[in-house]
Design a protein around this ligand. Structure first.
Ligand SMILES: *Cc1c(COP(=O)(O)O)cnc(C)c1O
Length: 386
């Protein structure tokens, strides 16, 4: 079955009693047992909830995995995965990383005895060098946020398998519509489903998918034990959003191409980062491991002072944190998503104070380009403070 069909059909035919096409929201936290030692499969909602099951089965199938887990947020998903590890364990992680993930690792999990090496995962030699005796996993974000650097997943999986460690992939930017890391040999995939999967800037959620019985059982135990599970109402919202994922992703990408090409030509723009552009250094890798390029475009404006003028004058595009929703958003990573990363580290990886990130929405591309044009033109024609 094609992924478009799988997405639309989430939950259809699962409600046997009434035939409801939209799967209901099960608010119940407790379930009656038919008799001693018997269960309907549902006992207590933290352990399992029927609405959550529909969502978890769907994401597992979409990612070609064995088990799915819905969590209260993307961060809750990462925290749950990290509970696989114990004090003394070490992980090799993408250097250009979502700020919240970096904060969790450096400020919180490091206090629990976990250690992390941040490495440019595009360089296999660097990855090999970073793997130690106590390394348990390689955690990959690809493309990275916000620089759109692409890691060759097959190469990383090869290194991980040689060292008998696992590969964990943050697939938030691509979604299973464009990229399925488990099919390339990864062991765990997770999402901030708050982004493209939800798609409407109205639900906070995280999803995990595991491959193999061992990891699936471990994650099931951790998910229930930690309890950072997604509530039934939010599961339903996510299911509702995911039904249109294919259509949305196609439009996000079509618009992103047009926006990236426009930005490239504008004199107020110095560099554009979009893995769908042939001149992007990782274009070939991206094309080999994913079926698309998604809708995230970053760019460097000419001068740092122009950032304020540009953001103040956007009309259609909202200056806001987050990404992946139908509405176009523009983020300033230096003070928003990446504020928790020290300036030296940000400058080193290239998240400088001239970098802006666009989550290109599904509005008409002409309107987005017109909005960008007028705001960028002002950066050239007027001075500071406008
Ligand atoms: C937003 C985001 C997260 C964190 O997810 P939340 O749902 O905000 O908790 C993790 N990784 C990436 C790439 C993200 O964009």
């Amino acid at each position: 079955m094609h992924i478009e069909t799988k997405l639309v059909q989430i939950g259809v035919g699962k409600e046997k009693e009434t035939g409801a096409v939209s799967f209901p929201i099960h608010h119940a936290t407790a379930y009656r047992h038919p008799a001693l030692g018997e269960s309907t499969g549902y006992d207590y909602t933290r352990t399992a909830n029927p609405t959550r099951t529909v969502l978890e089965d769907a994401i597992a199938q979409l990612e070609s995995g064995d088990a799915g887990f819905a969590c209260a947020s993307g961060m809750a998903a990462i925290q749950t995965i990290m509970a696989l590890f114990s004090a003394g364990d070490h992980l090799v992680v993408s250097l250009d990383l979502y700020g919240g993930t970096y904060r969790l690792f450096q400020q919180i999990l490091s206090r629990y005895g976990l250690s992390f090496s941040y490495v440019d995962l595009r360089d296999p030699e660097e990855v090999e060098k970073a793997v130690r005796e106590n390394t348990k996993a390689i955690l990959v974000e690809t493309p990275t946020n916000p620089l759109m650097q692409v890691t060759d997943l097959r190469t990383i999986v090869g290194i991980a398998k040689r060292h008998e460690i696992i590969t964990i992939v943050d697939n938030t930017f691509m979604t299973p519509f464009y990229q399925r890391p488990l099919e390339l040999g990864a062991d765990i995939v997770f999402h901030s489903a708050t982004k493209y999967l939800g798609g409407h800037n109205d639900v906070l959620a995280g999803l995990i998918v595991t491959k193999g019985q061992d990891l699936s059982e471990k994650l099931k135990y951790l998910h229930n034990s930690i309890g950072a599970v997604l509530g039934p109402q939010d599961c339903w919202l996510l299911i509702r959003g995911m039904k249109t994922l294919a259509l949305r992703m196609e439009r996000h990408q079509e618009n992103a191409f047009r926006v990236a090409k426009f930005l490239k030509e504008h004199p107020a723009v110095r560099e554009v980062f979009y893995p769908g552009l042939e001149e992007h250094p990782d274009y070939a890798v991206q094309s080999a491991q994913a079926s698309g390029y998604s809708g995230m475009v970053s760019f460097r404006i000419q001068e740092a002072w122009q950032v304020g003028t540009f953001l103040r004058n956007l009309k259609v595009i909202s200056f806001a944190e987050s990404l992946g929703g139908v509405e176009s958003l523009c983020t300033y990573p230096a003070t928003q998503t990446h504020a928790d990363i020290p300036k030296e580290v940000r400058d080193y990886v290239g998240v400088c104070d001239r970098l802006l990130r666009l989550s290109v929405g599904i509005e008409h591309a002409d309107d987005l380009i017109e909005d960008l044009r007028q705001a960028l033109d002002l950066c050239l024609t007027v001075g500071r403070g406008i």
